[in-house]
Every structure is written in C-alpha cells, then in structure tokens.
Ligand binder design. Structure first.
Ligand code: G6P
Length: 372
C-alpha cells in the first residue's frame, strides 16, 4: 500500500503532490504547430459551436467550484454568458436552454448520478453537451456530444485535490479553444495564455516545497471549532473549496465568503481569535481588487480576527494586517486558483491528521455518488 501511495502516508498527500503533473498532463498535446487548440472528442459542428450564445456548467461538490472558477475565465475570454448550476438543482428549476446552449458538465468520475441526469435533461431539451471528465469512457462522456479529458490519473482519496486542478486547467483550455474558434479580442491571446498555463506546473511544484509553516499552523489549530475563508473574483470559489476541504477532512465548521459580502453580514461572526483565511488577489488584478481585499483584512483584524493570508510573493501591502502570510508564486490573475488552493488543501490534510482522522476515507462520504 505504501508503494501505491508513492512513499506518502496517505493517498491524499500523494495526490496533492501529483498536482504539477495533473496540470501538465492535462495541457499535453492540446495545440498544433500553429497554436490551434483541440478537444478530445467532438460531435458538434463548427458552426454549432460558433453559434453558442450561452454556457451552463453543471457539476457537484469540488467540480462545481472548478466550474465557478471557470465562469470568470470563460466569460472574460469568450464574452459568452456563463452560468454555474449545481447539477441536482439544474434539472428541477425549469432551466433555460436551447440548441444554442452549451451545457458543460465537470466530473472526476464521470459517474455522478446528479450530474449525469442533468446532462441527459439538457440533451433532451436540445442543448449541446460537453463533458470534462477524468475517467476515460465513463458514462457522462459517453452521453455527451463533446469531451475534454483531464489527465490527473486515478484519484483515490475521497476528497478531491488533483482532479480539481486538472478540471480548472481543462476549463481554461475550453475557454481558449472557444475564443479561437469564434475569433475576436482574445483569440490572439490564446497562445500567450497557454504559455502562462504551461508555466503553472513548475510554480505549483515550487509552492509544494514551501508549505512547512502551513502544516505547523494546522497542527496548532487542531482544537479549532470554526474557520472562515474569504476570497474575491476567482479567489471566491477558492475560499469555498478551502472551506469544503476542511468540512470533509477535519469535520470543522467552515464557510467561504465573497470578501465584498463581508460587510453585508458575515463580519458579525468576527470576534477575538476567529481564524480567517483570506485569498488575496495579486497586486496586478484589474479594478483595484487587491487593495479592496487588503482593506477587508484590515477590517477583520481590527475586530480581533486571526488573519491567515494567502498572498503573492512580493506583496508587502498585506504584511501589517496579517498574523500569518502564506506565499504563493506570482501568476496571471485568472490562473492564480491553481496555486491558491494548494496551501488550503495541505492545511486540511494536516489538521485532519493532527486530529487522528482518516484522511483518505472521511466519514459519511463516498468517492463517487451514483444515486440521486
Ligand atoms: C462526491 C465526492 C466529491 C466530489 C463530488 C463530485 O461527493 O465526495 O469529492 O467533488 O462527488 O464528483 P465527480 O466525480 O462528479 O467529480
């Protein structure tokens, strides 16, 4: 069993360390010599794809958070409106789809019943369906009109880690593919973004080598009853995924919020010693979002929160308001989720271990939920 785990104590830890490869392999062989991107399987006409005027992403759990990250990138690069629906809600909400809708499902296993039923429903309503899946030949890709496989390799730990990074990567590829196909402002940028994406595995690798302090913080926090997570823009779904990891693995109450929403309610939760992770957008993020999140850190610190700040290397503005600064390498703002989630995964892994829990098989959860 130890050999299967590559020398790590748990599958989850191995899978966290597999992440540079999961991203690298998902990007492999995607472009031809002219830099044109391709999907793996496609049974939709080029005209059909060019005419898409709406994208709905359906997924559950961690895959749905990958979809929420994807929304920001897809809308920015393609200018097509994107909606993210939990698969089990989609089917029962009288969804608006037409033959010009692309319904994108995201599923590691390709067997999640809720997601499969959403895909079938979309197809029955005449939509085009595209599956982003980690399992070759699984039911969902077989039932879909187009497929983009993630290459994370088998994921054994129940809580998803490397599949999440691979799903986000595949969504970026889909966004750039659609941008190229449809022409327009971002078609020419696709090559540049692909180059930035190719640089991410080395950055994840570097980050994985610098997480000793996160582990230490997690061990000190083994008795914590509640942890909050804040993020903005692509950092918002990362905050929610960070919270989900902590619920799943350490059975601790955790909640992710959009940082801008803080003043509209959640700030009432802040009292002395409340631990809060803040995913800080890089200083180059458009619209001054970095400064706004730094103000949020200042506000909660003034109310006694213990601020655990995830910020880019060289971002000194956060330092005065941070109890801890966890550094991630610099990256393009839209690609930063591939880095920002990693310390949060390691935090939950370590905290779960410190509590003596079964990291790979958390209570009450199944790797693949094949019932509705
Ligand atoms: C289960 C797992 C989660 C996973 C979700 C979706 O609930 O415990 O970790 O995110 O299913 O799984 P899928 O295979 O569709 O990505």
């Amino acid at each position: 069993a130890s050999a299967e785990k590559g020398g790590f104590d748990t599958f989850m830890e191995k899978e966290i360390f597999d992440q540079p490869d999961a991203v690298r392999d998902t990007l492999l062989g995607r472009t031809d010599s002219e830099g044109r991107l391709a999907l793996d399987e496609i049974r939709i006409s080029e005209d059909g794809l060019k005419n898409i005027d709406r994208i709905t992403i359906v997924a559950c759990g961690t895959a749905a958070y990958a979809g929420m990250v994807a929304k920001y990138a897809l809308e920015h690069w393609t200018r097509i409106p994107v909606e993210v629906a939990l698969a089990h809600e989609f089917r029962y909400c009288d969804p608006i789809v037409s033959e010009r809708t692309l319904v994108v499902s995201i599923s590691q296993s390709g067997e999640t019943m809720d997601t499969l039923m959403a895909v079938k429903h979309a197809r029955d309503l005449g939509a085009n369906t595209l599956s982003i899946c980690n399992t070759h030949g699984a039911t969902i890709p077989r039932e879909s009109d187009a497929v983009l496989y993630t290459h994370a390799g088998p994921e054994i730990a129940v809580a998803s880690t490397k599949a999440f990074l691979a799903q986000i990567t595949a969504c970026y590829v889909l966004g750039l593919y659609l941008a190229q196909l449809r022409g327009g402002t971002y078609a020419d940028d696709a090559k540049k973004v692909m180059t930035e994406l190719q640089e991410m595995p080395a950055k994840i690798d570097e980050l994985l080598g610098h997480l000793d302090r996160v582990r230490e913080i997690a061990r000190f926090m083994a008795d914590t009853r509640s942890v909050l997570f804040l993020g903005r823009n692509v950092g918002y779904p990362i905050a929610m995924e960070g919270a989900l990891k902590l619920k799943e693995l350490a059975y601790i109450h955790a909640e992710g919020f959009a940082a801008g929403e803080l003043k509209h309610g959640p700030i009432a939760l802040i009292d002395a010693g409340q631990p809060v992770f803040i995913v800080v957008p890089g200083p180059d993020t458009p619209h001054g979002l970095h400064g706004k999140v730094v103000s949020n850190i200042q506000e909660i610190r003034a109310r006694g929160a213990r601020t655990l700040v995830i910020a880019e290397e060289g971002d000194e503005a956060v330092v005065p308001f941070a109890d801890e600064v966890i550094r991630i390498p610099k990256s393009a703002p839209l690609l930063a989720p591939l880095l920002a989630i990693v310390p949060l995964q390691v935090f939950s892994l370590e905290l779960s271990t410190a509590k003596g829990l079964d990291v790979d098989q958390p209570r009450n959860l199944a790797k693949s939920v094949t019932v509705e």
